[in-house]
Design a protein around this ligand. Sequence first.
Ligand SMILES: Nc1ncnc2c1ncn2[C@@H]1O[C@H](COP(=O)(O)OP(=O)(O)OP(=O)(O)O)[C@@H](O)[C@H]1O
Ligand SMILES: [Mg+2]
Length: 231
Amino acid sequence: MSNPSTPRDLALSCNGVHRYLGSGEGRVHVLRGVGFEAERGKVCAIVGPSGCGKSTLLYLLGLLDRAEQGDIWINGNQMSQADDAARTAVRCEHVGFVFQFHFLLPEFSALENVMMPMRKLGRLSPDHMAARAQQLLTDVGLGDKSKRLATQLSGGEQQRVAIARALANAPSIILADEPTGNLDQANSGLVFDLLCKLARDNEQAVVLVTHNPDIAKRCDIIRPMRDGLFV
Ligand SMILES: Nc1ncnc2c1ncn2[C@@H]1O[C@H](COP(=O)(O)OP(=O)(O)OP(=O)(O)O)[C@@H](O)[C@H]1O
Ligand SMILES: [Mg+2]
């Protein structure tokens, strides 16, 4: 599956990506031939007005959705034509996703939520999974709340659990859709610093969508988007 034209140092890239959403009269050409690259160890901000296609693109890059046209490579593997099983395997191992709305499982504890992706990958013993989840929660400042149900945490705390969950399998790529959107200034600083530290210390590629100009300014790269294309 390796593609010789894809630079080896790129964690993630895409080319000529088109996506249509809706049907009939309501069919919208949301992404109009997007190209994008993300390097290991760098934090890239995608910015742009509401509705320009940022979340749609992030879903495609995270292999949560399929494009009508275009190529997506993850660590040199061409994923657009891969079957669902191959895409799921690559997603579990290489991609951590922080959603615009965090989607924690409300009936499970913070610890259980963070352990979910590890269970899916199935490489660690239950004790190791629990220990790793506890450490990740400590890293996001929630070590003492790991046994709480997701519903017993504030919005900002839930978002930090979602970040710990995205890091569970030490993915080489972290895609975050407005990860600080629901947080106060102190917590949004904490979360952003954590994402930067991860990118630098673990050579992870971090791609985040943000409407916050202060956060965007602190990223290594800013890519402005408009009407389904980068400008
Ligand atoms: N199921 C759908 N049917 C038709 N159009 C859709 C559908 N889902 C999304 N869209 C449209 O696709 C466009 C891109 O949506 P997307 O969620 O990617 O925007 P965004 O840039 O993430 O915006 P925001 O900053 O508000 O999160 C929007 O114009 C939206 O209305
Ligand atoms: Mg969005």
